[in-house]
Ligand binder design. Structure first.
Ligand SMILES: NC(=O)c1ccc[n+]([C@@H]2O[C@H](COP(=O)([O-])OP(=O)(O)OC[C@H]3O[C@@H](n4cnc5c(N)ncnc54)[C@H](OP(=O)(O)O)[C@@H]3O)[C@@H](O)[C@H]2O)c1
Length: 217
């Protein structure tokens, strides 16, 4: 059965890949974007753009953009060029607003694109610490929210072609990278795997099929 998914940060590089995968299999794919000029790129992926600046809007306004969705995915990010203030308002604040919007709209399922290494922000150095603190606090808020959450923590993201082969576990003891293609494919798989509800896991390139890897987390 087709599902309806709203992806926050809809013009992001993981988000566009996920929206395309959803549209290709006949699901309803909407992307929340802050810049209306990004709408044509979403339409080219088979998705619909919903204008929603997650820093500017309150949760009730965001709720109207996700109303009727079966699931949301948080894949927004302030990005490497931003300072600590926007890490708070996007990487933490927007993620938490989306939790509140889900409650207001009656959307139970929430997938978070987090990051490997969030558990020890201090170890990431003074420049990266605000980012990891924001991501960790957002993850903690989601885990405590009562929503049907899944927290996916990828390693360093690359734009190479996906392989469909990953390594996933609640905590991986090595660092590494993963393609945005494979993160998007993993998110898609999680949407169809109820066993991932209430789970959080690190994700790297590996040797296991995505279906098998997420079934084991
Ligand atoms: N880079 C890494 O190695 C790495 C590793 C692990 C996890 N992550 C996480 O992975 C996620 C996705 O990564 P990505 O590479 O796909 O990200 P990306 O390409 O940088 O996309 C992030 C998106 O967030 C949007 N955004 C920013 N502020 C917003 C706001 N106020 N309202 C709505 N949208 C807003 C941006 O929109 P604009 O285009 O309008 O700015 C952009 O489209 C992020 O959460 C990131 O923190 C990254």
């Amino acid at each position: 059965m087709a599902i309806d998914v709203a992806v926050a940060g809809g013009h992001g590089r993981i988000a566009l890949r996920l929206l395309r995968l959803l549209a290709e299999r006949g699901d309803r794919a909407r992307g929340l974007v802050r810049n209306p000029d990004h709408a044509p790129d979403l339409e080219a992926a088979g998705a619909t753009a919903v204008e929603a600046d997650l820093e500017a809007l309150d949760p009730e306004a965001i709720a109207s953009g996700i109303a009727g969705a079966d699931a949301v995915v948080f894949s927004a990010g302030a990005g490497p060029g931003s300072g600590p203030a926007r890490k708070r308002t996007v990487d933490y604040g927007a993620a938490v607003k989306l939790i509140d919007a889900c409650r207001a709209a009656g959307v139970a399922r929430y997938l978070m694109v987090s990051a490997m290494g969030v558990h020890d922000p201090v170890a990431r150095g003074p420049e990266m610490r605000p980012y990891y603190e924001a991501k960790l606090e957002a993850d903690q808020a989601l885990a405590a929210s009562g929503l049907d959450y899944t927290i996916v923590r990828p390693g360093r993201l690359t734009d190479e072609r996906g392989t469909g082969l990953v390594q996933a576990a609640p905590r991986l003891e090595r660092g590494g990278q993963i393609t945005r293609d494979d993160v998007a494919a993993t998110l898609l798989a999680c949407l169809g795997e109820p066993g991932t509800v209430g789970r959080e896991f690190d994700l790297l390139a590996g040797e296991t099929s995505i279906a098998e890897a997420i079934a084991a987390v």
